[in-house]
Ligand binder design. Structure first.
Ligand code: LLP
Length: 415
């Protein structure tokens, strides 16, 4: 359920017609619904009510400061993967002791920064990294809380680019190596071994792979306990999928119930890192049609949004629903077309070979389900200023990031 519905013949976000935002803010623009974000956060976090847990929003999905403030106000922590994300999270008021730091390539500067902020824990992805964290902690006179990200080698049955828990993936420590790496960790004097972590992939539409991972972690926890480790946190990563088209991912309540059945008796503090499931269907990319063009073999609708604004269709062949803002177009005749942007690449499309209505120049389109991995993956390719971001709350909206200007494009080129 989200808050993008037709009202009086026009697609609206909560009570604000998207056409009004397009007219006042311009296009392309990302539009987020506060009510949807809050609802999704509560659906996820609430599913674990009664179990000690912390929900650390995976801010790689959407790191707008106002969005982070919104989640921080609901009690969310953050899953970060860079010093830049730590900076954003702290600017937005996310408490440091609710921040977990994942990623295979943390630099010494980033480690020192995270230590100075006092984060909850580092999710460590290699033995080399473990030694680096110990070294930096010794240098700055601190102890570093760590968990080891273990690769449980389960198939998440998702797109290969976003599967992370397979043997061939660069992420995590191999399951068979984990026990040894934990021993190494215990021997390092500036580390506190506090957790066990895994993340198996993204856009999972079944609970079974999560359960398979949970079972493997449970077995490992028993071995770690036998080795004398006192693990307090069990971080299960993110990855719960959303409906983009006709997928039917489990509701967070089902995900929670089945996971808790497997792990609820361990007496550990559970950590979750959901991203997409919280924000994916809470945002759209609003774009305006510029031209219609009939190629020899294809019909093209050219709009002002492009792959630099929303790269998922080009990068993963992802499906995002193309929704007309004028409700009259919903039942109008359709024919196959590509919806493309102005970028000079054949791979620049927002939708390919899709049954679409006859849009007129000036018509508005919402690319649905663009709240996760949308703006955050945008770029300035073709020297295109990045879009504005707008947050709708009921009958009003605010610009939470202004559209970039040409001046922004050359900032930093000092000569
Ligand atoms: N935790 C870790 C360690 C992760 O690597 C990720 C996502 C998450 C949590 C959050 O996963 P989520 O709940 O959002 O599925 N750009 C791709 C998705 C890449 C996901 C990377 N890691 C896309 O647009 O589909």
């Amino acid at each position: 359920m989200n808050h993008f519905q037709y009202r009086n013949g026009e697609l609206s976000c909560e009570e604000v017609p998207l056409a009004r935002i397009a007219d006042e803010v311009g296009t392309p623009t990302y539009v987020y619904s506060r009510a949807t974000m809050e609802r999704h956060f509560h659906a996820f976090d609430g599913a674990f009510a009664g179990t000690p847990h912390v929900t650390c929003f995976a801010m790689k999905a959407n790191s707008n400061l106002e969005v982070l403030r919104l989640f921080a106000a609901l009690g969310s922590g953050a899953d970060i993967v860079s010093g830049g994300e730590l900076y954003r999270a702290r600017k937005a008021g996310v408490p440091a002791d609710k921040i977990v730091y994942s990623g295979v390539g943390k630099t010494e500067d980033e480690i020192a920064y995270a230590l100075s902020e006092g984060i909850l824990m580092f999710n460590v992805e290699s033995e080399d990294e473990l030694r680096a964290i110990d070294r930096v902690a010794a240098r700055v006179g601190k102890r570093a809380p760590i968990s080891i990200r273990v690769n449980p080698d389960v198939d998440p049955k998702t797109h290969p680019y976003i599967a992370t828990g397979l043997k061939k993936s660069k992420f995590g420590v191999a399951y068979g190596e984990a026990r040894r790496v934990y021993r190494v960790a215990r021997g390092l004097t500036h580390l506190d071994v506090v957790g066990l972590d895994c993340h198996i992939g993204s856009q999972l539409t079944e609970v079974d792979p999560f359960l398979a991972a949970a079972k493997r972690l449970r077995a490992l926890l028993a071995e770690l306990a036998a080795d004398g480790h006192r693990i307090r946190y069990l971080d299960l990563g993110g990855g719960l999928g959303i409906p983009y088209k006709d997928e039917e991912p489990p509701h967070p309540s089902e995900y929670a119930a089945r996971l808790l059945k497997e792990l609820g008796d361990l007496g550990l503090m559970l950590v979750f890192e959901p991203g997409r499931v919280i924000v994916g269907n809470a945002g759209v990319l609003l774009t305006r049609v510029l031209y219609n063009k009939r190629g020899e073999a294809k019909r093209f609708i050219i709009c002002d949004g492009a792959m630099n604004d929303l790269i998922r269709p080009s990068l993963y062949k992802s499906y995002h629903e193309v929704r007309a803002i004028r409700e009259a177009l919903v039942s109008a005749p359709r024919s196959v077309a590509d919806l493309v942007g102005p970028v000079c690449e054949s791979g620049d499309f927002l939708a390919q070979d899709r049954e679409l209505p006859e849009f007129a120049a000036g018509d508005l389109i919402a690319m649905m389900s663009a709240g996760a991995y949308g703006f955050v993956m945008s770029s300035n390719y073709n020297a295109r200023p990045r879009p504005a971001e707008v947050l709708v709350s009921g009958a009003s909206y605010e610009i939470v990031r202004t559209r970039e200007t040409f001046e922004d494009l050359i900032r930093g080129e000092v000569k």
